[in-house]
Structure formats: structure tokens, C-alpha cells
Design a protein around this ligand. Structure first.
Ligand code: ACO
Length: 333
């Protein structure tokens, strides 16, 4: 979306003013996994870069993970639940088919009915989709402040007999607080643009075998890994070019690539295309595995929290997931 020019060369933008993350305590290494699944640490590391994943406790729900990440993001922003107008939870593993997990988070945060809350379902692209939606609510002036959360208990929809998928995923949540600011159009902070795509013709490349409207079951993940890999390489390159071009930027202008964390080989391929060395890439896939919609905000919270991502830097997000859905956004941090 083009920048909407305000008066005197200023624009209203959604500025990231806080980040937070939550990972369940239980860490399962490849070694431990290989005791219950016919796999090996060598295979998983060579194909994906994954070394371990966090798995939620039996009594932990997606909304619990999301609420903890949100609390930390609010504390980082120096804001409270009384400041939030909108809560979006990007998730593929909601607590219930309905109501939205975001409404559970709204209640757990103690928002006392303030604002409104809903979920977004775009699988691994969910956080990029949710950022774009919140950005638009802020740009048009409907809200001032949004909590955008990616949260998953993804391991609950895995088939632990299917070694081609069960070794790839993990649980976790990340959150950002976005606040409206009137900033200089050319140099001001905030989300510069978001670019979303989907193509339902490829729905069978990556899907879950159940759903309330089909067989009334929750179902388990099925993936044609090679097909998804082929699409990922092409579609992510296209959308990143689109996002940078829309802002008259090139790979050389990107301070941080914060990609969806599915596979280190895909991450390395994108970094190479952009001409970026590893010192410009945030990678958490080795420790978190693929946490679907949570992966980007988890990576953002880590790199913003430890001071790698600094105010004013250009941050590029990109993701692809089931649908297929894919997207990118450019942020001046
Ligand atoms: N351990 C050991 N061997 C295994 C395992 C395992 N966990 N899984 C599969 N294998 C075997 C296969 O059986 C096969 O053996 P065979 O040659 O004897 O038949 C061999 O390893 C190769 O299998 P491939 O599927 O060809 O492996 P590939 O190199 O394609 O890697 C992978 C698989 C890692 C899934 C890769 O295709 C990939 O990363 N795809 C992209 C996934 C992705 O990015 N998803 C993002 C979106 S996720 C979302 O939206 C929820």
C-alpha cells in the first residue's frame, strides 16, 4: 500500500513500540525426538537447520502463550491493557473453533471489554497478514494502538507417526505493540508497506486433514515438503522484490532480514538473493523449529530485545505458509 501523505510531508504510520516473546519450558532436542520417531539429529540438521523445539505443557493453551508474550510486549512498550484498541492473534491452533483466541487474550490481559479482538488464519504467513491488517486500521485512523500476536501450539496438530512433518514444528508466541504516530514521510519510523498474496490452487501442498465444516475433527498436518520448498524459493523472492521496489529500496538497504523460520536452507537462499551476510539475518530456526505464525514475532522479540535491531533500521519480514499464502513487509524500526 502506498504511503498516505499527510500535511507538510508527514504521514500517519504504525510504529513498533514494544516486542515480547514466550516459549514453553519443555525443550525437546532432535536426539530426544529420535527415540520416539525414526529419524536422526544429522538428517534434521542437514535438511532444516533445526536442533530443538519447545513443546507446550498439557495445560497450556495457545491463549496462555499469546497472553504471556503480549504482557511482555506491553511491558517493553511501557503501556498497559487500558491503552490497547485492537488485539489480533494470528494462529492455526486456536484454543477452540470459536470464539477467537484473541478474545480469550483480551480477557486474560484484563482489557475489561475495551477495544476489539479477532483471529487471523493464514498459517505461517499469519503474522505478516495480521501486521498488514493492524497497519491499515492505524493508517485510516480507526485505532491508535494494536497488539499483534503470533501464537501456536502447533505440535497439537502433528501426526507423530509421520516423520516427514513431526520433526519440523514447535510451539511458542511472539507479540508486537503498534502505535500510531505522525512521522516524516521520507525518514519517519513505522511500517512502510505490506504485500500479501495467496493462491488456493496449491491448498493440497500443505493442509490439515480435519475441520469443523468437513469432518468435525481437528485433523493433522500433511505436507508435500518438496512442493512447498519449490514455491517458497520463487514466491518469497518475488514478494521481497515487490516490497523493496515499492519503497525504492534494494537488498543493500536492508539492515535485518527477519524471515519466517521454517528451514535454514530457505533462509540462506533468500539472504543470498538479497546479497545479505548472516550478520544481517535473524535466525532462530535451530532453537525454535517452525512455530508457524509465531516464528517472526519470536525472532523480532529476540533481536529487538538483545539490541541487534536498532531504531531507524530497515527490517524486512517475509513468510510463506499453507493456502498457499505469502507476504512481506518493510518496517523502519
Ligand atoms: N528423518 C529421516 N529421514 C526422513 C525424515 C526424517 N524426519 N523425513 C523424511 N525422511 C526421508 C524420506 O523418507 C526420504 O527417504 P527416501 O529417499 O528413502 O524416500 C528422504 O528422507 C528425503 O525426503 P524428502 O522429503 O525428499 O526430503 P527433503 O530434502 O525435501 O526435505 C523438508 C524435506 C525438510 C520437509 C523440505 O522439503 C522442506 O523444508 N520443505 C519446505 C517446508 C516449508 O518451508 N514449510 C513452510 C511452510 S510450513 C506451514 O505453513 C505450516
Amino acid at each position: 500500500m502506498a504511503n498516505l501523505k499527510g500535511t507538510a510531508g508527514t504521514v500517519r504510520r504504525a510504529v513498533v513500540c514494544g516486542t515480547g516473546a514466550y516459549l514453553p519450558a519443555n525443550v525437546v532436542t532432535n536426539e530426544a525426538l529420535s527415540k520416539r520417531v525414526e529419524t536422526s539429529d544429522e538428517w534434521i540438521v542437514a535438511r532444516t537447520g533445526i536442533r530443538q523445539r519447545h513443546i507446550a505443557a498439557e495445560d497450556e493453551r495457545t491463549s496462555d502463550l499469546a497472553t504471556e508474550a503480549a504482557r511482555r510486549a506491553l511491558a517493553h512498550a511501557g503501556l498497559g491493557p487500558e491503552n490497547i484498541d485492537l488485539v489480533i492473534v494470528a494462529t492455526t491452533t486456536p484454543d477452540n473453533t470459536f470464539p477467537a483466541t484473541a478474545t480469550a487474550v483480551q480477557a486474560k490481559l484484563g482489557m475489561n471489554g475495551r477495544g476489539f479482538a479477532f483471529d487471523v488464519q493464514a498459517v505461517c504467513s499469519g503474522f505478516v497478514y495480521a501486521m498488514s491488517i493492524a497497519d491499515n486500521f492505524i493508517r485510516v485512523g480507526q485505532i491508535e494502538t494494536a497488539l499483534v500476536i503470533g501464537a501456536e501450539t502447533f505440535t497439537r496438530i502433528l501426526d507423530w507417526q509421520d516423520r516427514t512433518t513431526c520433526v519440523l514444528f514447535g510451539d511458542g508466541a511472539g507479540a508486537v505493540v503498534l502505535r500510531a504516530e505522525e512521522v516524516a514521510a521520507d525518514t519517519g519510523r513505522g511500517i512502510l508497506s505490506c504485500h500479501l498474496h495467496s493462491d488456493g490452487r496449491y491448498k493440497d501442498a500443505l493442509f490439515v486433514t480435519g475441520g469443523p465444516g468437513s469432518n468435525r475433527e481437528v485433523g493433522v498436518v500433511r505436507m508435500n515438503g518438496q512442493e512447498v520448498f519449490r514455491h517458497a524459493v520463487v514466491k518469497l523472492a518475488e514478494v521481497v522484490e515487490e516490497a523493496l521496489g515499492a519503497n525504492k529500496l534494494t537488498g543493500a538497504d536492508v539492515d535485518w532480514l527477519v524471515p519466517h523460520q521454517a528451514n535454514q536452507r530457505i533462509i540462506d537462499g533468500m539472504a543470498k538473493k538479497l546479497g545479505l551476510g548472516p550478520e544481517h539475518v535473524v535466525s532462530t530456526v535451530a532453537r525454535h523449529a517452525n512455530t508457524s505464525a509465531a516464528s517472526i514475532p519470536l525472532a523480532l522479540a529476540e533481536a529487538a530485545g538483545d539490541g541487534r535491531i536498532k531504531q531507524g533500521q530497515i527490517v524486512l519480514l517475509e513468510a510463506i505458509g499453507g493456502g498457499l499464502t505469502w507476504g512481506a513487509s518493510v518496517i523502519r524500526w
